[in-house]
Write a protein that binds this ligand. Structure first.
Ligand code: NAD
Length: 324
């Protein structure tokens, strides 16, 4: 097998960091995304960068099988998604990403060895996440199935496709359930941003404008855990290179409320804001955190970069973007 990796969704947040990491490991990388190259969050010249809508199996005269040809590993991070405001209001668009995974798996079974799929904590059943003091979610909590409507159903179905391509065709599939990944070079405005980037942006805008107020979606008591991008990339490598083939959580177990997240961002900024709660805004489940028992037992470590440390780096990056 060659040392070529194909990264799908390479113009996005996690994909961009993964391309850099694979190149640092000495791998050759083919990077693919639907966005024009000028809109990629990180464009790395050492990779072969290709613009392709992966919902469509051909581009010009080339097929996806040709795109994947010669790769040892394929990473599927391509997906139309966003924070809770986006996924609650664009369910059909989120579900269309099933075509990406379908096309890639169908071609990967003929061409490659390992296939990594980025799933999500949104596959977990809603009734296990109704309390802010939630019990951390373990992998078996995805069934009986009642995931996030739209986005979560697409991911759960795609997880199953990975399993059946493994069972039926011998493709080595690996699946990570990401829990709220954050860090520099991600979406921080435009409607698809997630809570850590959104809160950093709002705090920075309040600081720069001198209008010391912040709008918080819901009552701020909903809880989440957030994993820093460096831990996520390390986890992707551990899962892809390892032997375990069923879905595994990739997240932090440091659970905070959104109000606590705002307080950390305020502390980094050195300001205190008046909080305005928008109670009718999308909030998602009431509580969610990652049970890392399985991850620890498989890989001997777990994501542990402190939220305060990761958020400071994220805040500084967004600040520089906004102050430019
Ligand atoms: P992102 O939006 O920054 O990156 C996704 C990329 O996929 C984008 O650049 C987008 O242009 C590309 N894409 C979308 N449709 C495409 C298509 N038809 N063909 C080719 N490319 C297409 O998101 P991200 O945060 O980097 O997330 C990467 C993956 O991880 C996604 O599958 C997402 O569902 C999953 N995930 C992310 C998080 C998180 O907290 N960031 C949490 C759970 C799961």
């Amino acid at each position: 097998m060659s040392d070529l990796s194909v990264v799908c969704g390479a113009g996005g947040f996690i994909g961009g960091h993964l391309v850099r990491s694979l190149l640092e490991q000495g791998k050759a990388v083919r990077a693919v995304d639907i966005k024009p190259l000028a809109e990629w969050y990180q464009l790395v010249d050492d990779a072969e960068n290709i613009c392709w809508d992966l919902r469509i199996p051909e581009r010009h005269d080339e097929s996806i099988a040709e795109l994947l040809w010669g790769a040892s590993n394929i990473y599927n991070l391509a997906c139309s998604m966003g924070g809770i405001g986006y996924i609650e209001n664009n369910k059909s668009d989120c579900m269309m990403s099933v075509l990406i995974n379908t096309n890639l798996l169908d071609s990967a079974q003929k061409t490659c060895n390992r296939y990594f799929f980025s799933s999500t904590a949104c596959v977990y059943a809603a009734d296990k996440q109704s309390d802010p003091n939630v019990t951390a979610l373990k992998e078996s909590d995805a069934y009986p199935a009642m995931p996030e409507d739209g986005y979560g159903w697409e991911k759960l179905f795609s997880e199953r496709m990975c399993r059946h391509f493994r069972e039926d065709h011998g493709l080595q599939t690996r699946v990570a359930r990401f829990h709220n990944i954050y860090g520099p070079h991600g979406t921080y405005d435009g409607g698809r941003e997630k809570a850590p980037a959104a809160i950093c942006r709002k705090v920075i805008q309040a600081k720069l404008s001198g209008k010391h107020e912040i709008e918080i979606w819901g009552d701020g008591e909903q809880t989440r855990s957030f994993a820093y991008i460096d831990d996520c990339i390390r986890g992707i490598h551990a899962i892809t290179d390892g032997d375990y083939a069923d879905p595994v959580n990739l997240g932090s177990s440091e659970m905070v409320s959104i109000n606590q997240l705002v307080s950390i961002a305020e502390e980094i900024a050195g300001i205190t804001l008046t909080r305005r709660y928008k109670l009718d805004a999308p909030q998602g489940v009431r509580g969610r955190s990652s049970d890392n028992t399985l991850f620890r037992s498989l890989y001997g470590w777990e994501p542990s970069i402190k939220l305060r440390d990761g958020l400071e780096k994220t805040y500084r990056w967004i600040y520089d973007e906004l102050a430019r």
